[in-house]
Design a protein around this ligand. Sequence first.
Ligand SMILES: NC(=O)c1ccc[n+]([C@@H]2O[C@H](COP(=O)([O-])OP(=O)(O)OC[C@H]3O[C@@H](n4cnc5c(N)ncnc54)[C@H](OP(=O)(O)O)[C@@H]3O)[C@@H](O)[C@H]2O)c1
Length: 206
Amino acid sequence: MDIGIVGVGMIGGTLAKLWARAGHCVHLGSRTPSKAAALAKEIAAASSGSPEDAAGAAEVVLLAVPYSATPELGEALGGLLQGNVLLDAGNPFEKRDGEVARAAAKAGGSGLYTAECFPGARVVKAFNTVHWETLEQEAHRDGERIGVPLAGDDENALEVASSLAFDAGFDPVIVGGLAEAIRFEPGTEVWNSDLGGAALRAKLGL
Ligand SMILES: NC(=O)c1ccc[n+]([C@@H]2O[C@H](COP(=O)([O-])OP(=O)(O)OC[C@H]3O[C@@H](n4cnc5c(N)ncnc54)[C@H](OP(=O)(O)O)[C@@H]3O)[C@@H](O)[C@H]2O)c1
């Protein structure tokens, strides 16, 4: 699968590495294209360039930027993502993300707010609960895999997100529609809990 990665920091860079290792074509996008190019070389990514380049190169895009950047990236990249799958790993923290975090709370959660910022994209809240070092260290571990909760309104987009969570080395746990993303945001019991898939399903009553 061609996967665009917008934001090649801790979470974007880690998932890019795991997906490249799984055989996917990852396209890295950074505001500093030389940074994306260096990582691309390290992980044998398919391409690197600007956030626009990465978003335009794939039908599935991971948004891995500070949550405060979500509205401006919706303006800048939304047109490139019409009908495409957008995996939103962002977490709103009022202290860090200010007004945007407050807007997400008002919208009913960051899943719904991201969808407001990217009208026409098929948004799935994904990969926002597991710390990047845990992703790196526990991918494909023996025994029960760590659960990755997913929420989205589009069934096909959820299937795509599930297969990518599996390919990265984790157990995809579909929680429900986008409005349900609020059940695994910061401050909830399951966020950053590193629960295995079965325990995560039990905790969420699934
Ligand atoms: N760190 C984790 O373990 C973790 C786990 C799950 C979810 N998350 C969430 O994922 C998001 C990213 O976290 P992170 O830890 O990966 O942060 P990070 O290491 O700081 O990386 C974020 C990347 O976003 C890019 N960026 C920043 N502002 C931008 C803007 N206005 N437009 C475009 N790109 C911008 C930066 O790349 P350039 O400067 O190269 O453009 C930066 O490398 C946050 O919402 C966080 O809560 C983090």
